[in-house]
Ligand binder design. Structure first.
Ligand code: ADP
Length: 370
């Protein structure tokens, strides 16, 4: 009697679920912890009732395993899920072993159920972190291969054409054309180095917002002007449109960052569009300025629309790249837009074109506190 009471107290207070069955594997008893883990009542669990607690995705294989265990009179161990009546999911580890009487006859099974939800979550977080680290490692390697190519190309052009310049008897036209190549290559190199410095400043938290007053319409015109000749070389028609009258377009924000964001977006549109049209502009929506850069270029696959805003992310893999670029431009643009208090996104259809949008608060000069 004392022994039975002690055993009852033990199963009542055990921090694991305990289950006992008859020799056919039909449940005769479950302890309070089992009831708590499964969300079923004692009576619900009896016979084959315990199966009602098992997640429907795990039930078919678990049922088959349990029947096999009972018919072969084996021990068994399995990880599966309980789907509780309130919809919550609990991962459990179930173990059971056959019980024999003094004459070695099978009298039933005794089993335990341990809550392993936390272990499963930790394991999942670890696997996710490992996959993320591997992916980031892969992207960094691709970036390094890519960037060394991006730096070498203009650098080789600069050193090569500088050497040509010193050759005696060079015609005026050749001298001009070599000088143009050197200047363009230096600009290209400067852009890449600036991108690397900018992303390092963003990631280390050193980038600051530096606001001032300026006219938005003049700025849009100026930025567009910088890309006109490149767009023309690619047979693209580049147009800009302003929304506010000039006197309403005096705004207060970080001009340098805004110029950089628009330049990055225009640079991409020119790069990824052949024989098409590019439009840049803005409108006023609620109290935000909403900018757009729209092109009729190659477009972006649906599954990469969010990822391209991450550092080093490019639609083309580094081995099959047809276009130059460091994979930093959109990550820098996103960080700057967010620093200015807005958001950035893209609408795109592969083969048809892309429209990049971003917002910033409209702070008219004289209303800086808004
Ligand atoms: P990159 O230096 O490679 O252009 P970005 O960060 O500026 O780096 O852009 C990331 C990727 O997003 C690009 O490599 C390209 O695949 C894609 N992308 C960006 N803008 C456009 C666009 N206007 N049209 C098509 N693809 C684009």
């Amino acid at each position: 009697m004392q022994e039975t009471n002690a055993l009852r107290a033990f199963t009542d207070f055990a921090p694991v679920g305990i289950i006992s069955t008859d020799y056919k594997g039909k449940t005769l008893y479950v302890n309070p912890c089992w009831i708590k883990l499964s969300g079923l009542s004692f009576n619900d669990a009896l016979g084959d009732g315990w199966m009602k607690a098992v997640h429907p995705d795990d039930l078919p294989w678990l049922k088959a395993r349990w029947e096999e265990t009972v018919s072969a009179c084996k021990t068994y161990s399995a990880e599966y899920r309980f789907l509780r009546p309130d919809g919550s999911v609990v991962w459990v580890m179930g173990n059971s072993t056959p019980q024999f009487n003094d004459s070695d006859e099978l009298i039933g099974y005794i089993g335990t159920i341990t809550d392993i939800t936390e272990n499963k979550e930790i394991l999942k977080d670890l696997i996710d972190a490992k996959e993320k680290a591997e992916e980031s490692d892969r992207l960094k390697t691709a970036f390094l291969n890519n960037i060394s190519h991006e730096i070498r190309t203009p650098l080789n052009a600069i050193t090569g054409f500088c050497a040509f310049l010193s050759e005696p008897g060079l015609s005026h036209e050749k001298r001009e054309s070599f000088t143009k190549i050197i200047i363009e290559s230096s600009d290209q190199l400067l852009l890449i180095i600036t991108d690397i410095i900018n992303i390092a400043a963003i990631e280390s938290g050193h980038e600051k917002v530096c606001e001032k007053e300026f006219n938005l319409n003049s700025m849009i015109k100026m930025v567009t002007g910088r890309f006109v000749s490149r767009a023309r070389e690619q047979y693209n028609i580049l147009r800009y449109k302003t929304f506010l009258p000039d006197e309403e377009a005096e705004i207060f924000t970080d001009r340098t960052k805004l110029v950089q964001i628009l330049s990055n977006l225009l640079n991409n549109s020119v790069k990824y569009t052949q024989k098409g049209g590019i439009n840049i502009g803005y409108s006023l929506k609620d109290s935000n300025l909403e900018f757009y850069v729209k092109d009729t270029g190659m477009g972006i696959p649906e599954n990469l629309k969010n990822q391209i805003f991450e550092v080093f992310r490019q639609v083309e893999s580094s081995d099959t790249r047809n276009y130059g670029g460091s994979g930093l431009g959109l990550a820098i643009s996103k960080a700057y837009v967010e620093m200015l208090g807005g958001k950035i996104w893209v609408d795109s259809e592969p083969g048809k074109g892309s429209t990049f949008y971003f917002t910033i608060p409209y702070r008219k000069t004289g209303n800086q506190q808004l």
